[in-house]
Design a protein around this ligand. Sequence first.
Ligand SMILES: C[S@@+](CC[C@H](N)C(=O)[O-])C[C@H]1O[C@@H](n2cnc3c(N)ncnc32)[C@H](O)[C@@H]1O
Length: 203
Amino acid sequence: MSKWGIEEKETIEAINNIGFSGNILNIAAGDGRFNNRLLELSDSVTAIDIDNSELKNLEENCPKYLLDKLYTKAVDITQKLPFQDETFDGVFCTGTLHLFDRDTIIKILQEIKRVLKTKGRIVLDFATDIKRLDKYQNQVVFEGEGNYTTDEAVSLFENQLKEFSLNIGVAAFMEENLEDDAGYNYISGNFLVISGKARGKEY
Ligand SMILES: C[S@@+](CC[C@H](N)C(=O)[O-])C[C@H]1O[C@@H](n2cnc3c(N)ncnc32)[C@H](O)[C@@H]1O
C-alpha cells in the first residue's frame, strides 16, 4: 500500500467516470497511489513530484508490464510546469493541493489549464477540515498550510475552474497507523473530489 494511504473509492469512481485516456499528467504523484490505475486507462502517465525518492518508489511500485508507458520527472509544481501548452489529455492530482496557500493553488490551477488540451479532463482532490495527530496523540500542523473549510474550498474551485463542466463531491476520510515518514500517524477530515471536462479553452 502507498505510504499516503488507501485509494479512496470516491476518487476511483471519479477516475472511472471521467473517461481518462491518452496522455495523463499525475501531479505530485508521491509513491504512486492511483498511478497504476491511471496507467491501465491511458497511453502514458507522466508522474511528477518534487521528491525524487517518491518517484523512485513509484517506479518500484509499478508492475513491469506498465513501465514502458510511465515517465517520471522531478518538478516543483509551485513553478511554471516544464511542459508545453496543451500537452496532456488529462491531469490528475490528489493529496496535495490543500498543502498550499490560496495564491499558490490558483497558480497551480492556471498551469494545469495551460498544459491541458482543449476539452481535456481533470480529477483533483482537496482535503478540508484536516486533523492530524502524531503517535503520541499530539496535533500536527504543517507550516503554511491553509486548512480550508469545505465551503471555502468548493467556492475556490468553482471560481477557478469555470471553463470546466465540474462535478464536486464531498466525502469524509480517516487514516491511522501511517508510517513515521508521512510525518503523522493519524489524519481525518473531509475531501472534495473535483472532476471535470474542459468546455474548450478561452483562457
Ligand atoms: C500527501 S503526498 C500525496 C501523494 C500522492 N499524490 C497521493 O495522493 O498519494 C504529497 C506529495 O506532494 C509532493 N509535493 C509537495 N510539495 C511539492 C511541490 N512543490 N512540487 C511537487 N511536489 C510536491 C510531496 O513530495 C508528496 O509526494
